[in-house]
Design a binder for this molecule. Structure first.
Ligand code: B3K
Ligand code: ZN
Length: 874
């Protein structure tokens, strides 16, 4: 396939002024007429043709200023339209007619049908599946859209912008027209048409304008859309209060659909959502579902400024909108909930997903420099590491200059298709700092390591901190330059108080050690007693820290650090160390060390009522098997890790049974509220129930909780305790049957039923997954369902998926090749579950390799899957 390179960027030869689209909707024969007004860019020679993108299109007609174009003057294929002989300087109108088939569009890109609803997904390159156009983010145009459809089939006809008008058409059809005054790239175009349920509200902006808010869902699901509406209004207010950003149309609409390749899409004024991230009520959604809905509603809304008003010049700049918008939605959730608990969850996620990506064959910079298939770059590196980089900018310049830089960015680039250089220049200007070295965070892939050593001189009362950074080679990048790594820190004195002094040297007074060279020494003088260094507090930089720190020192941090996140980091470091050690011993068939010290800390934390319940729940959640694997790094034996972790869990459980048993009953009584405080209490009760059940060696407690549960959070916690620890017990089978019967008509809830079974540890789970896949009512075309079963099994079940006989890999390979025929994006995404295959022990590695090779040798692979498989095997 073709390779696209950042350095080849070139503006288009023609400038689009506006575009008028007319859709005559029909399941198999939708007629699209696109009228585009353009002019030749200044300086472009008159023999240069117009080249539009297409994808699987057929052209019905082509006109220039209303007259058919002579076939000798154009060339057309399913993926390009080239027109010669266009006017030299005057604007002209090109009319392009195409016919498309939404019903048979299984890739879920472009215009497709989901449950009878017409809907579009254009990012990144879906618009070219609708009509021939400049389908690239730097072509901004004003859109007018007219939709014609049968009234029976499509009650609502929606597109971007403000409603212009509508009415009856012919033969039982009606029409509606929309005008979006804000110039936008084609990837933000959207159309939805269908018979849907609706909830409505209004929002009054900071300048007093009233905005109509509408959320469309499947009929009957309206009562489940209320939380999303509430989250939307809070997001709109927050962006005004925190960034001074006001909404800019008369209407904001969200449509929830059940077949969607990702979470949601920020189309201007008309967001389309996976219904998983809209629909929630206490009986069907967990606390985590509510929190995800809040975060994603906010994320897509915040894109209105960071993404839509200011978009990306090209797809290499994807992190410009995504990293920044993730950063903004994180800050929003932190404000709505508990900031330290939110940060802990972010750190966990980053380490669980981004760090492995950065350490394997799919590693790429936050701003990639080349790609074969852009859909494969909507990654945790671009999104989550991209957000961490923005967070570091704030750490480096401080809160005040950060806001100044953002204001400047909004002011200077409103209406632009911008670059990372544009973005950084705003902070450089606001703060007077140079961002040249910092910008390496955008271009160098891989997770930096920082080795920390300390030296306490009792006689001189000096404390020396030596930092040394390194960055391993990643695909295409063998040598790396030192980066600017901002490490927040504190020195905790023997009495638990914090040393107030700063190291000698210039940039040292902000509580941050700025590591900019390969090796740097920071010296503190006048330190009254031997301090304990708390470094990378709050995870100020996304790096691996290597430091010899005693268990006693870690315990000192866990007890006294003024920063809650740092206290959790110290606890989690202790747990990780122990689990890594135990896994190594288990691998060698040796006896495991006692986990008594770790158990004491965790049980004491569990019982400490001065700590918020959500924090205690986080502390009690041991690093996952995949976290332990990542820490070990190579020659991974998932069974040894599982055995070691189970042994540690059970030692902790036995040590704390009394405490856990008590806490397991601590979920709030009375009516359910999705708020952070109650959710935290339920999280603590849930993890305590898990420990108590392990200590008791019986599913009875969980089964009782399952039978008594009056909300989905508790119900699914109880079921999870059973499926994880007692998969074969009669109680577990009974509970699974009850769950299935009760939610038979609710696909989103049934997804949980599939996932919980797929996650049950052990080599035996694969057979169950096969059985579920073969079920006659199993819908392979629904991405949520495939992710719930195949995605959960392959990316969330280390012992099941990595069974030594390679059966898990073969299952994935077979499914990927099959799904790829319909939905390449979904296939490629599922395949990334194998991205860490090279860190497995030799036998499994060979099985994994064979599975990857079998995919590669299957015929007719999409660009999406072949790009992933080629990089994984490279
Ligand atoms: N911008 C979309 C993602 C589109 C993915 C295209 N393959 C959702 C988001 O990040 O907000
Ligand atoms: Zn986004």
């Amino acid at each position: 396939g073709q390779v696209f390179k950042l350095k080849d960027y070139k503006p288009t030869d023609f400038v689009v002024e506006r575009i008028d689209l007319t859709f005559e909707l029909d399941p198999r024969e939708t007629k699209v007429i696109s009228r585009v007004i353009l002019h030749r860019r200044e300086g472009v020679a008159k023999d240069v043709p117009l080249v539009f993108d297409g994808d699987e299109l057929t052209l019905d007609g082509l006109q220039l200023d209303g007259s058919d174009i002579d076939p000798a003057l154009y060339d057309v294929t399913p993926d390009t339209l080239v027109i010669r002989g266009l006017p030299e300087s005057a604007p002209f109108e090109v009319t392009v007619s195409t016919t498309i088939s939404p019903e048979t569009n299984t890739a879920l890109m472009g215009l497709y049908r989901t449950n009878g609803v017409y809907c579009t997904q254009c990012e990144a390159e879906g618009f070219r599946r609708i009509t021939y156009f400049y389908d690239r983010p730097d072509v901004l145009a004003v859109y007018t859209v007219t939709i014609i459809a049968s009234k029976d089939e499509a009650k609502y006809l929606l597109s971007n912008g403000n409603y212009l008008g509508g009415g009856n058409y012919d033969e039982g059809r009606h029409f509606a027209a929309w005008f979006d005054p804000h110039p936008k790239p084609s990837y933000l175009f959207a159309l939805v048409a269908g018979d849907l349920g609706l909830i409505e509200d209004t929002f009054t902006t900071m300048s007093g304008r009233e905005v109509a808010l509408k959320i469309y869902v499947e009929h009957g699901k309206e009562p489940r859309a209320g939380y999303a509406m509430d989250a939307l209004k809070r997001s709109m207010r927050w962006d005004e209060e925190v960034y001074g950003r006001e909404y800019d149309l008369d209407i904001f609409q969200i449509v929830a659909v059940s077949d969607f390749n990702m979470g949601a899409m920020e189309n201007k004024g008309l967001n389309v959502f996976n219904d998983k991230y809209v629909l929630a009520d206490p009986a069907t959604a967990t606390d985590a579902d509510f929190a995800n809905i809040e975060a994603i509603i906010a994320h897509e809304y915040f894109h209105n400024w960071t993404g839509n008003r200011i978009t990306c010049r090209d797809w290499f700049q994807l992190c410009l909108k995504e990293g920044l918008t993730v950063y903004r939605d994180h800050a929003f959730s932190a404000d709505q909930r508990s900031a330290p608990v939110k940060r802990i969850a972010e750190i966990r996620l980053l380490k669980a997903h981004q760090f492995p990506e950065d350490a394997g064959p799919l590693a790429h910079p936050v701003r990639p420099e080349s790609y074969r298939e852009i859909n494969n770059f909507y990654t945790t590196t671009v999104y989550e590491k991209g957000s961490e980089v923005v967070r570091m900018i704030r750490t480096v310049v401080g809160a005040e200059d950060f806001r100044k830089g953002m204001d400047l960015y909004f002011e200077r680039h409103d209406g632009d298709a911008a670059t990372i250089e544009d973005f950084l220049a705003c902070f450089a200007e606001a703060s007077g700092r140079d961002f040249k070295q910092f910008s390496l965070w955008y271009s160098q892939a891989g997770t930096p390591s920082v080795t920390v050593s300390t030296d306490w001189n009792e006689a001189k009362k000096t404390f020396k901190v030596t930092l040394e950074q390194s960055l391993a080679p990643t695909p295409g990048q063998s040598r790396k330059a030192p980066m600017h790594i901002p490490l927040a820190y504190g020195l905790i004195l023997p009495d638990g108080s914090e040393f107030a002094g700063h190291p000698t040297g210039k940039e040292a007074a902000d509580g941050v050690l700025h590591l900019t060279r390969r090796r740097q020494v920071f010296t503190f003088t006048g330190v009254p007693g031997r301090p304990v260094l708390s470094i990378n507090r709050g995870f100020s930089a996304p790096v691996n820290i290597a430091m010899e720190q005693s268990t006693a020192d870690l315990a000192h941090i866990a007890r006294h650090d003024s920063d809650g996140v740092a206290r959790w980091q110290a606890i989690s470091e202790q747990a990780t160390r122990h689990l890594v050690e135990a896994s190594r011993l288990a691998r060698d068939g040796r006896n495991l060390p006692s986990a008594r010290d770790l158990a004491d800390i965790l049980v004491a934390t569990a019982a400490d009522d001065s700590l918020e319940p959500a924090f205690r729940a986080q502390a009690l959640t041991l690093p996952a098997e995949s976290d332990i694997a990542r820490e070990i790094g190579s020659n991974i034996d998932p069974d040894a890790i599982h055995a070691a972790r189970e042994a540690v869990l059970s030692e902790i459980a036995r040590a704390g049974l009394a405490v856990f048993s008590d806490l397991a009953d601590g979920a709030p009584k009375g009516p359910y509220s999705p708020g952070a405080a109650d959710a935290g209490r339920r999280a603590l009760a849930g993890i305590a129930m898990n420990y108590a059940a392990i200590a008791e060696g019986s599913p009875a407690r969980a089964k009782a909780a399952f039978d008594a549960a009056d909300n989905m959070t508790t119900l699914s916690q109880a079921l999870q305790v059973m499926t994880q620890n007692f998969p074969a017990a009669a109680e577990t089978r009974q509970a699974l049957d009850t769950f299935r019967t009760r939610f038979a008509d609710d696909p989103l809830v049934l997804d949980k039923w599939y996932s919980l079974q797929a996650l049950a540890p052990g080599a035996g789970t694969r057979a169950r997954v096969e059985e579920l896949l073969a079920g006659k009512d199993f819908d392979r075309t629904n991405p949520n369902r495939m992710r719930a079963l195949v995605g959960a099994f392959t990316s969330g079940n280390p012992t099941g998926f990595n069974a030594a006989d390679g059966g898990g890999y073969r299952l994935l390979a077979r499914e990927v090749v099959d799904i790829d025929k319909r939905n390449p994006q979904l296939a490629a995404r599922l395949l990334t579950a194998m991205r860490s295959w090279r860190s497995l022990e030799a036998e499994r590695q060979e099985q994994a390799r064979l599975a990857l090779v079998s995919i590669r040798s299957a015929g007719n692979l999409s660009a999406d899957v072949s790009d992933i498989v080629d990089r994984m095997l490279a």
